[in-house]
Design a protein around this ligand. Structure first.
Ligand code: MG
Ligand code: MG
Length: 267
């Protein structure tokens, strides 16, 4: 069942999303060669708690940490460890926070120093595909419209769209209805209405879309071990249109990226 949010609840959720946005911005300054994902995890936990929130993933389905840290061929759900990040790696950081009874859930894939051009392109296209999907999240459209838009855009670049993992409704639960696949058929699936809030999160592979689940029960990698990228935003429908609750503003400030792409999604 889809749980519709009031305007008031959406504003509470904006703060939960922004806790995560600020955390990703803080991490953007710390993500560099030699730093371990476990160290970054501890920084994030502290930073989230300082904002009056609690880590959204810690203990959820028994996940052991604050951040899902998925380097290189890992797609999502990677567990932080003491291994140092290495120049040329990429790292997908997925972060959740619970504040005032509502969750934020938001992800970014960072480059560690200089990376291969083809991987840089994968990151850029995946980030862009997120906004391509968000543009379709409006009253009257359906789940399949978002999925189709992301898949069509992604596959035109020759990349693989992960099928087994999907976006989702967001609210008092981390994962609510509806599921939001990054593939689909125009006009199919649940219809979007005012007050819906979802996490849209393309997971895009440089090579095959096929995946492998590891024996730790969490880590998921690409079947061909080629890199995978993951970008995620929290979005509400306000006045019939997509309204971004999370933002990459803090990441962009930290990385010196200048863009006005998010202005389109502020009502
Ligand atoms: Mg997430
Ligand atoms: Mg999510």
């Amino acid at each position: 069942m889809i749980k519709i949010k009031t305007r008031e609840e959406i504003e509470i959720m904006r703060e939960s999303a922004l806790v995560v946005s600020r955390t990703l911005g803080m991490l953007a300054k710390e993500v560099k060669p030699g730093v371990s994902t476990l160290y970054l995890d501890k920084l994030a936990e502290e930073f989230i708690r300082e904002q009056g929130a609690i880590p959204g993933f810690l203990g959820l389905y028994d996940f052991p940490n604050t951040l899902c840290m998925s380097p290189n061929s890992q797609i999502v759900h990677g567990i932080p460890n003491k291994n140092p990040l290495i120049e040329g790696d990429i790292i997908s950081i997925d972060c959740g926070a619970l504040k005032n009874g509502f969750y934020g859930d938001h992800a970014y894939t960072f480059a560690i120093g200089e990376i291969d051009l083809e991987v840089q392109k994968l990151l850029e296209v995946t980030k862009e595909s997120l906004y391509v999907g968000i543009r379709e999240f409006k009253a009257g459209n359906r789940v399949g419209d978002v999925g189709f838009a992301i898949q069509d855009f992604t596959e035109k670049h020759g990349y693989g769209v992960v099928r087994e993992l999907v976006g989702h409704g967001l609210g008092r639960e981390m994962h609510e209805d509806p599921e939001m696949p990054n593939y689909g058929t125009r006009g199919r699936g649940k219809k979007f209405v005012e007050g819906m809030v979802v996490a849209i999160e393309p997971m895009t592979n440089l090579g095959t879309h096929r995946i492998r689940q590891h024996s730790d029960g969490w880590t998921i990698t690409t079947l061909d071990n080629k890199p995978s990228a993951h970008f995620e935003h929290d979005v509400a429908i306000v006045n019939g249109k997509p309204e971004l609750l999370s933002t990459f503003k803090y990441v962009n400030e930290a990385l010196g990226i200048v863009t006005d792409i998010e202005d389109e999604f502020r009502n």
